[in-house]
Design a protein around this ligand. Structure first.
Ligand SMILES: C[S@@+](CC[C@H](N)C(=O)[O-])C[C@H]1O[C@@H](n2cnc3c(N)ncnc32)[C@H](O)[C@@H]1O
Length: 269
């Protein structure tokens, strides 16, 4: 494992630190802090409204960077008839749009973001590609009829209080959203709420996949803490939380990680 330097919850790899010498460490630190409070809705509304609203923007890794790591997880879902997938904190990334095509449109992807500016722009991208599905259905209903099962929809919602029923999705994606949530004053408890909500809406054997710049030294402790908070509930639900992680090989100078959190069910004897 590389040696890492902490700046708040942000770690920098030696490669990045080397690159930053050209900028001067102070300037780079100021640049990171000047981003504002990334856990705050108004920060993101202003971020997206100051960008050309209908343009795709990927926060860090894009779909092509990670699709090779996702293939084993797609294999698991490709046997299902039509898979339901959730993207929390979708922003205006085209990650889910590409995922939808990659899965040959055999899925319904619901995207959520708490920024109405992001939701407006994302829904526009979905409409332009002629992919929308009915958003007015009862989102709490986890069983949908066939006509609602291929397409995409974007909803304004807080990842700490998702508008979906229990055990709805086979896969939940989080690309950079937990990282943003963790930047707030009560970041760790907000992170726990997000993970618990994602776990609630996952089907048994479902997977919650996070792409993050937070290294395992920190993230695994947080997941352990959520797991122990959930232990009582999981016993009732007869499910368990386990995870694996890996570092992503992307040529950006930053270190990025993929965490796969499993909602496993005990094998019956
Ligand atoms: C770092 S950006 C990542 C955006 C997108 N996933 C990507 O990869 O480009 C974090 C996103 O999470 C959203 N977000 C942050 N906290 C949230 C919350 N509590 N509920 C819903 N969305 C949230 C922000 O509005 C922003 O779009």
């Amino acid at each position: 494992m590389h040696s890492l330097k902490v700046i708040g919850r942000r770690y920098m790899s030696p490669v990045l630190k080397h690159g930053m010498k050209h900028l001067g460490n102070q300037t780079a630190l100021l640049q990171i802090r000047s981003l504002g409070d990334m856990s705050d809705q108004s920060f993101w509304n202003s971020f997206y409204s100051n960008r050309p609203g209908d343009k795709v923007f990927d926060w860090f890794v894009n779909f092509e960077d990670v699709s090779v790591y996702l293939e084993p997880h797609f294999h698991a879902v490709s046997c299902d008839d039509f898979v339901r997938i959730l993207d929390i904190g979708c922003g205006t990334s085209d990650f889910s749009l590409k995922l939808f095509e990659h899965l040959n449109r055999k899925c319904r992807i619901d995207c959520v973001d708490f920024s109405f500016e992001a939701v407006k722009a994302m829904q526009k991208l979905i409409n332009e590609r002629e992919l929308p599905v009915d958003k007015t259905i009862d989102l709490k209903e986890s069983f949908l009829c066939r006509q609602h099962l291929s397409g995409m929809a974007c909803h304004q919602a807080d990842a700490k209080k998702l508008p979906f029923g229990d055990a709805t999705f086979s896969l939940v994606f989080d690309k950079g959203t937990s990282d943003a949530v963790l930047k707030g004053a009560n970041g760790e408890s907000a992170f726990a709420e997000v993970v618990k909500e994602c776990f609630r809406v996952l089907k048994p054997k479902g997977k919650f996949i996070q792409f993050s710049d937070e290294p395992p030294e920190l993230r695994i402790n947080l997941l352990e803490s959520v797991k122990s908070q959930k232990a009582q509930h999981c016993m009732k639900e007869n499910c368990n939380m386990t995870w694996v992680w890996r570092e992503l090989e992307v040529c950006s100078g930053f270190q990025y990680f993929m965490y796969v959190v499993y909602k496993s069910v005990p094998v019956s004897m």
